[in-house]
Ligand binder design. Structure first.
Ligand code: C2O
Ligand code: CU
Ligand code: CU
Length: 481
């Protein structure tokens, strides 16, 4: 929905919410969903001589026990396809837009030339084709993903199902050398209606982000992952939801984090019982399964606007099971986790410091409630370049959250290093060195990070709650030589 439409439809929808509520609409019955199927693995998209074809299409998946289809939009025939390539690979991807509207394909987190990156400027129309070329930078192995980015349609198109993993591997990976299984867990949080169709966006979702009424893993509801007793798995966790915060926990296993958005850490973190992934964040973890285990998304306090009047409580206010792990066979001994994973060079002193203040503005006007999500007091404008930066220069960015909720801040074209987090006037250095392209900022926090853009061109930065991005919490800048 465009912003103007949003303003107009607001009165009507608030009245509808207050009076009829959801009484008339058939609401989702979770027991109608197929569950307990073996977890599906993603299939690598064929890359021949560096060339790949990506069909962007309307298709169907079956979530319902009665076999009735759920209409989704997807990349190359249904859920379950991903890019799986190596550092240094040269790619030429031909994308066929078979959707009823224009789209773009953004290579989230990968340092590709700005004009090949399919941001809001890379739109190509329905029934047309676009070919992009880029090479995967050396030393960039990590768990990336791709999704649409047309301004004001991003939240809608991703909610329809357009998002998939983009794994970049290294030929020299100490975890791959262990020979353990490497499994992507790609989380989405669709909002399904009573007919198991993707529901229309509500006002509450525009304010808070769509956190859905179900959490799917690799497109499946409550799938089962089969493991050997005592098996250690490398799991790549992707939060590909529009706006759901996932605080994940395995009932009977600890999580050893070994990687972030941009790949492996310098060394593994201490075992933990939970891991938080804000929308768009990824993590690589090692988990050893010694008993039947449930993966649960635990409650998380993200700051929620509107309350009952605007459409109930946030999805993150209760624990939700998302997958189970079954173990069988003789017990496998624990593996020796390497203590050194790779080298990461810490950025030196920044040449420039920039501030990005996140704010929100809600008010009433004659046409209903108005809402803006802003960066430095402005909403996004396709024709405005917010500033210019120099290629290769190290910059310090300070993300200052002056709103009432969490916003995961994302920058295109690079991986950054988090320097510190300031809360209640107390600055805490970030505890470990890692590569990130998305960082959560909580209400009242200031997050400092350092980055460097290696290539010239236009780059965007925005909140990765996609509804906020569409409502204007985005900017763009020009990197010059
Ligand atoms: Cu994943 Cu600009 O986005
Ligand atoms: Cu991105
Ligand atoms: Cu936001």
């Amino acid at each position: 929905m465009r912003r103007r439409q949003f303003l107009k439809s607001t009165i009507a929808s608030s009245i509808a919410l207050l009076s009829a509520g959801s009484l008339s609409a058939k609401s989702l019955k979770l027991r109608a969903l197929i569950k307990g199927q073996p977890l599906t693995n993603f299939t690598p998209i064929t890359v021949n001589d560096g060339k790949a074809v990506l069909n962007i299409e309307q298709t169907e998946i079956v979530l319902s026990k009665d076999g009735s289809p759920t209409e989704v939009w997807n990349y190359s025939s249904g859920y379950g396809n991903m890019f799986d390539v190596f550092e240094g690979d040269n790619l030429e991807i031909t994308m066929n837009n078979q959707l009823p509207e224009a789209t773009t394909v953004h290579w989230h987190g990968i340092d590709v030339p700005a004009d090949q990156d399919g941001d809001a400027h890379g739109v190509f129309d329905t029934e047309t084709t676009r070919t992009v070329n880029f090479s995967i930078p050396q030393a960039s192995a990590g768990s990336y993903w791709f999704h649409p980015h047309p301004h004001m349609r991003t939240a809608f198109q991703v909610a329809q199902g357009l998002a998939a993993p983009f794994i970049v591997r290294s030929k020299d990976d100490p975890i791959a050398a262990l020979g353990i299984r490497d499994i992507p867990l790609f989380f989405t949080a669709p909002m399904l209606d009573g007919n198991l169709q993707i529901a229309e966006q509500t006002m509450s979702e525009q304010m808070n982000g769509r956190s859905g009424n179900v959490v799917l893993v690799n497109g499946q509801y409550l799938p089962v992952l089969d493991a050997k007793n005592g098996e250690t798995l490398r799991l790549r966790l992707f939060n590909a939801s529009n706006g759901r915060f996932l605080r994940l926990s395995f009932s009977d296993s600890e999580i050893v984090q070994i990687g972030t958005d941009g790949g492996l850490l310098v060394s593994p973190l201490s075992p933990a019982s939970t891991i938080l992934l804000a929308p768009a964040e990824r993590a690589e973890v090692l988990v050893r399964f010694e008993a039947e285990t449930t993966l649960t998304a635990l409650t998380y306090e993200k700051g929620f606007m509107g309350g009952m009047m605007m459409g109930g409580t946030p999805a993150e206010s209760k624990d939700v099971d998302v997958m189970s792990v079954q173990v069988s066979g003789d017990t496998i001994a624990p593996i020796d986790i390497p203590t050194t994973l790779r080298a990461i060079e810490q950025f030196g002193d920044a040449v420039v410091t920039r501030q990005f203040t996140l704010s929100e503005n809600m008010g009433m006007s004659v046409s209903g409630m108005t809402m803006d999500f802003m960066i430095n007091g402005k909403t996004f404008d396709m024709n405005r370049i917010d500033f210019t930066a120099k290629q290769g220069e190290i910059e310090m960015w300070e993300i200052i959250n002056k709103t009432d909720m969490d916003h995961p801040f994302h920058i295109h074209g690079n991986q950054f290093q988090i320097v510190s987090i300031t809360e209640n006037c107390e600055e805490t250095p970030f505890p470990f060195l890692c590569w990130k392209d998305t960082v959560n900022t909580k209400k009242g926090q200031t997050v400092r990070l350092k980055l460097q853009q290696n290539q010239v061109g236009n780059r965007m930065f925005h909140c990765h709650i996609l509804e906020h991005e569409d409502l204007g919490m985005m900017g763009q800048y020009e990197v010059v030589a």
